[in-house]
Design a protein around this ligand. Structure first.
Ligand SMILES: [Zn+2]
Length: 367
């Protein structure tokens, strides 16, 4: 069965291998070597080249009987993630406080590895599995985007990468669209001839004031994250730029919100005599699974077998699951027990690490 001290030792080792996004090379090599040492066929790719990383995706195959499933986690962490020093106090693991812990997502990586090891030792019957460790998840799901999903045999996947206790199953997540808009006004001397100018700041301000922002409805949000114009006070500013995101679990609502913002910008530009430069790009699409969908049913069954109460929820963020669902795999994201992710207070309990491992084991051995 699961070897708790081996699991913990590996987790502590892995969080100390620095792997902020775009610098996952050492971590990817370590994970690939581990899987190979376990006797699995390991494949790597050149995903890192697509986003300026020295890392790569790692895919390994565990032979078995029945229908293959995908178990996945990501190798990169957010910053500050260099020189992480883990501390354990009464069963709770944190960093020393200057960095994140990196349990996001090394908790997922280690749970999957220990489950496979325990399975190999037990000799229990199990289904075949594909183990996928991606890079660049935190900087835009880059590794998953670059992955050649055509080589995957699994049609159902489980991503060990959600905060919240083991039991949480993220069955739906929003898609995200990014937009960038530049208002081009006309510069003029602000003291001598301000009427000859068109203030891009003023036009942008009117456009933004007319927008519905933040919480749009139960499944749609929108936020302007940056606004930029920097001129001397004696110059009427001729350029102001914003960057914003729209998220929705409904793709049509996502596009509708972006269109609303573009309309507000265009109207303000028309009224103020400015020109609009506008671009939008879909970062990833939403997904949503019914309770009867295969990955949900399998996750619920496995959780019940290990005595953890399943909690089905819609998530608010993007993950590799958005990309893998888009690429044709039916995937859900599973809670690994990590809390306060993306902060220096990040923590995880040893108990949750063990429960995640038992969950991975149950998925591999269950019906
Ligand atoms: Zn993560």
């Amino acid at each position: 069965m699961i070897n708790e001290s081996r699991l913990l030792a590996q987790f502590l080792e892995y969080v100390q291998i620095s792997s902020p996004s775009r610098s996952e090379g050492a971590m990817a090599q370590r994970a690939a070597a581990e899987l190979a040492a376990m006797g699995l066929a390991v494949q790597t790719d050149r995903a890192g080249e697509t986003f300026g990383s020295d890392g790569f995706n790692v895919l390994a195959r565990l032979p078995g009987e029945g229908e293959s499933i995908l178990l996945a986690a990501h190798l990169d962490t957010v910053s500050p993630g260099q020189g992480i020093e883990p501390v354990i106090e009464v069963g709770v693991i944190t960093s020393r406080g200057e960095t994140v812990l990196g349990g996001d997502d090394k908790s997922g990586v280690c749970a999957i590895l220990e489950a496979v090891r325990a399975l190999q030792e037990s000799g229990a019957a199990h289904r075949p599995a594909e183990i996928l460790f991606t890079v660049g998840e935190e900087c835009g799901l880059c590794g998953a985007k670059a992955l050649d999903a055509g080589q995957l045999q699994s049609r159902t996947g489980f991503i060990f990468d959600a905060s919240g206790s083991v039991g949480r199953v993220v069955t739906a997540a929003p898609g995200q669209l990014k937009l960038r808009a530049v208002v081009h006004g006309r510069s003029a001397h602000a003291g001598n001839a301000p009427e000859a100018g068109v203030s891009a700041i003023q036009v942008m301000a009117k456009a933004i004031a007319a927008m519905n922002l933040l919480r749009i409805d139960a499944e749609t949000t929108c936020n302007i994250g940056s606004i930029h114009a920097d001129f001397a006070t004696n110059i009427v500013p001729d350029r102001t730029e914003i960057v914003a995101e729209v998220r929705s679990r409904d793709a049509e609502k996502m596009y509708a919100q972006a269109e609303h913002m573009r309309t507000c910008l265009q109207r303000a530009c028309d009224e103020g005599g400015a020109r609009l430069e506008y671009a939008q790009e879909v970062s990833y699409l939403s997904y949503s699974h019914e309770e009867t969908a295969k990955p949900v049913r399998m996750a619920v069954g496995a959780l019940e077998r290990i005595g953890c109460a399943p909690v089905l929820q819609a998530g608010g963020g993007g993950s590799d699951a958005n990309i893998l669902n888009q690429k044709g795999l039916s995937c859900v994201v599973l809670g690994t027990g990590m809390t306060d992710v993306h902060t220096t207070k990040e923590s995880i309990t040893v108990r949750n690490l063990c429960d995640s491992t038992r969950l991975a084991y149950a998925l591999l051995t269950g019906e």
